[in-house]
Write a protein that binds this ligand. Structure first.
Ligand SMILES: Cc1ncc(COP(=O)(O)O)c(C=O)c1O
Length: 407
């Protein structure tokens, strides 16, 4: 059968085919996007949407970014993949750039956030194994989300994700986020590492407090436990900073990254300190695709934009504007209980389930999403302008009016 072009199929046809052949793990909105430009997406009917979610924080340079498009096309026409059996020119360059950004000298490349977390957990265990004092335990936070593979799922707190797949990796203790006393009590000389998202993303855009970060540092220095910062969502400029951990005064031994790094090309990484790297031996971990030429070129392009292109500075400025507009929105709509976030990562905590607002926003051509049930989350592309924010928030305001009118 000849492949049908995207636009020749209706959303109904696409849905019917998926219903027959796609493993049903996702609840999709009945919209088919076929094209994007900057922060705008277009569906099969030619309708335009303002994308305040960027594919859950992935399309960091916006859609169809000219520089990224050129780099991907050029690399695809030259060499996409050779495996990690050989050298190529870009993996070392990318690792060097990430090292400069994070202060952690070494990188392991993979293809997603969950794999980055998985690598961090394994490297933490390996560190203690190499020292001849094996430690199996991890301390993680309630409300956390680290991914869906077994290791990452084991440090993810949500019972709904965990229960059907138990038993998970043993030895994980959960403590409430920002409860320093509970953390200090849970971390012991059996703890291999403490893992935390500096801003809990899926958990409702909840930044950790500097006081809690201080308790993490104290617990780690008292017991030797390593610190893993999961910056898959909060890292790489999203909050207006290269990473959010240092903003809290936290200096992790390992950082997991993904999402924004490839601007849509699948790439993740575990960034590790020299102390941890010293415990890793040849063959300890690997990935067939990890850090191939295409992924590294895309990531290098993203990092070029982030620093040389001035994107990081822009995120702070535009993020301040977004924050002001969101607080004004909250002032107009009693449905909004709290506004949380930093840079271009924001959550609106509602007094009710966020589903209705997300749906009303969608019908008005704005893409946001619901997380932690009552939170409307915004993760726009880092290139969004103040004018685009104003246009999108005008539509979001109308969505809140519609939901508010229903009572
Ligand atoms: C903090 C954090 N860690 C890990 C992951 C998992 O990333 P992926 O879906 O790319 O495996 C996510 C995804 O939302 C995340 O937000």
């Amino acid at each position: 059968m000849e492949m049908e072009t995207l636009t020749s199929q209706s959303t109904d046809e696409i849905r019917e085919r998926e219903a027959r052949h796609i493993l049903q793990t996702y609840k999709r909105a009945p919209i088919t996007f076929v094209r994007g430009q900057g922060v705008r997406l277009y569906d099969t009917e030619g309708r335009e949407y303002l994308d305040l979610l960027s594919g859950i924080g992935v399309a960091s340079l916006g859609h169809a970014h000219p520089g990224l498009t050129r780099v991907i096309a050029e690399q695809a026409g030259t060499l996409i993949h050779t495996s990690n059996l050989f050298y190529h020119p870009y993996q070392g360059q990318l690792a060097e750039r990430l090292s400069r950004l994070s202060g952690l000298p070494r990188a392991f490349f993979c293809n997603s956030g969950t794999e980055a977390v998985e690598a961090c957990l394994k490297f933490a265990r390996r560190y203690w194994h190499t020292r001849g004092e094996p430690r199996a335990e991890f301390v993680a936070l309630e409300n956390s989300f680290h991914g869906r593979t077994f290791g990452a799922l084991s440090v993810t707190s949500n019972e709904h994700y965990r229960t059907p797949f138990e038993p998970l990796v043993p030895g994980v203790r959960f403590v409430p986020a920002n409860d320093s006393k509970a953390l200090l009590a849970a971390v012991s000389s059996s703890t291999a590492a403490i893992i935390a998202e500096p801003v809990q993303g899926e958990g409702g855009v909840r930044p950790l407090t500097p006081a809690f970060a201080m308790a993490m540092t104290e617990a780690a220095s008292r017991t030797g436990a390593l610190i893993i910062a999961d910056e898959v969502q909060s890292g790489l400029g999203r909050t207006g900073y290269p990473f959010y951990a240092p903003v809290l005064g936290l200096h992790p031994d390992l950082i997991s990254i993904g999402k924004a790094l490839g601007g849509g090309v699948a790439v993740g990484a575990a960034l590790v300190s020299q102390k941890v790297a010293d415990g890793i031996a040849l063959g300890d971990h690997g990935s067939t695709y990890g850090g191939n030429l295409l992924a590294c070129r895309a990531a290098l392009c993203f990092l070029d934009e982030l620093d040389a292109g001035g994107l990081l500075g822009r995120v702070s400025r535009v993020g301040d504007h977004l924050e002001r507009q969101l607080r004004a929105l909250a002032g107009r709509h009693p449905l909004i209980k709290e506004v949380r976030g930093s840079g271009l990562m924001w959550g609106l905590e509602l007094t009710t389930d966020a589903a209705a607002v997300v749906q009303e926003a969608l019908t008005r051509g704005v893409i946001v999403n619901r997380t932690a049930e009552t939170v409307v989350r915004l993760l726009p592309a880092l290139v969004i302008t103040e004018t685009e924010i104003d246009e999108a928030l005008g539509r979001l305001d109308a969505a809140f009016v519609a939901v508010g009118a229903r009572g």
